[in-house]
Structures are given as structure tokens and as C-alpha cells.
Design a protein. Structure first.
Length: 161
């Protein structure tokens, strides 16, 4: 018999945001922290009524979660009672973001992986930048690196003054 995963969830916040589907009143974004088998994580779960819930887990990457652990966390998040519900429906997106959901994901990414440092990479040097770890931001049409995940010194030639 498979070992049962020990999932503990704390700080559960439900954010209600506009949804692109006409039949659903609001998208529920569940933001929570917790542990699974004593490994800490933070998560954002799209918990849309009647649809498959998908979770993005943020953790230390030292010991990644197994598929079984991920599924256990997702199940627990779907049924977790919120400690707070915040309704963002009808509110404008924070400045510089296309939606509150985009803002929430970018904030979590920045917290765990670092700020985006945009680069001025000439087309001829894009492969070199990509090999070093640069990523393409299609909405801004510019290369960037996350300052917590790379040695920024390697990118000095492309960092704007």
C-alpha cells in the first residue's frame, strides 16, 4: 500500500477575480502556504467551479515534489477553507499588469525567483544570452533574467545603463 502524503495547509486566501468564461461568475485563486511531508511550499491554485484545478507550487527546488505529493497538495487546496476572501471583481488591474491574476503570479515568481532584469540583447547575440540563462518575455518583446537564479555579472554587457 502506498504511503499517504502528510499535507498541512496554512494561510489560505481566496481571491475572486474576473473570469473569461461567461458561465462562471468568478475565478477563484487560492493562495496558500503549507508543508507536504515536511517540505515547505507556497501555492497558487486556479479553482474554477466545474473545471480542473491546476496548482503552481513554489518551493526551494532542493527536493522537488513527486506527482503523488503534487496531487495530494492540489486536492487539499481545493477543499481548504479560506482564512480570508478578497473580491477583486470589477477592479482595474494593478498598473503594469493585464489582470490581477497576472499580478499575483508575477509577485509570487518575484518572491521566489527574483526580479526580472530586462536586457538589451542584439538579435545576433540572442543564442549566447539564451545559453547563459536569459528568457524571452513575449509581451514586452525583450530578453530578461531573474536576479536570484543567475549570476547577473555574466549579463553585464546587455544590462541597460
Amino acid at each position: 500500500m502506498a504511503k499517504r502524503n502528510d499535507v498541512s495547509i496554512t494561510d489560505v486566501i481566496h481571491y475572486l477575480v474576473e473570469t473569461p468564461w461567461n458561465s462562471v461568475d468568478a475565478r477563484i485563486l487560492v493562495v496558500a502556504a503549507g508543508t507536504c511531508n515536511e517540505k515547505p511550499f507556497e501555492a497558487i491554485l486556479n479553482n474554477d467551479p466545474g473545471l480542473h484545478a491546476s496548482a503552481d507550487l513554489y518551493h526551494d527546488n532542493v527536493s522537488p515534489f513527486t506527482t503523488s505529493e503534487y496531487q495530494s497538495i492540489r486536492r487539499k487546496l481545493k477543499s481548504a477553507e479560506p482564512t480570508e476572501v478578497i473580491d477583486h471583481r470589477g477592479e482595474p488591474a494593478p498598473e503594469g499588469f493585464e489582470s490581477f491574476q497576472h499580478f499575483l503570479y508575477e509577485s509570487m515568481n518575484e518572491k521566489h525567483f527574483g526580479k526580472k532584469v530586462f536586457l538589451n540583447v542584439p538579435f545576433e547575440e540572442k543564442d549566447q544570452a539564451k545559453t547563459l540563462g536569459a528568457q524571452w518575455d513575449s509581451s514586452k518583446r525583450q530578453w530578461f533574467v531573474l536576479d536570484k537564479t543567475v549570476d547577473i555579472e555574466e549579463f553585464n554587457q546587455w544590462v541597460p545603463a
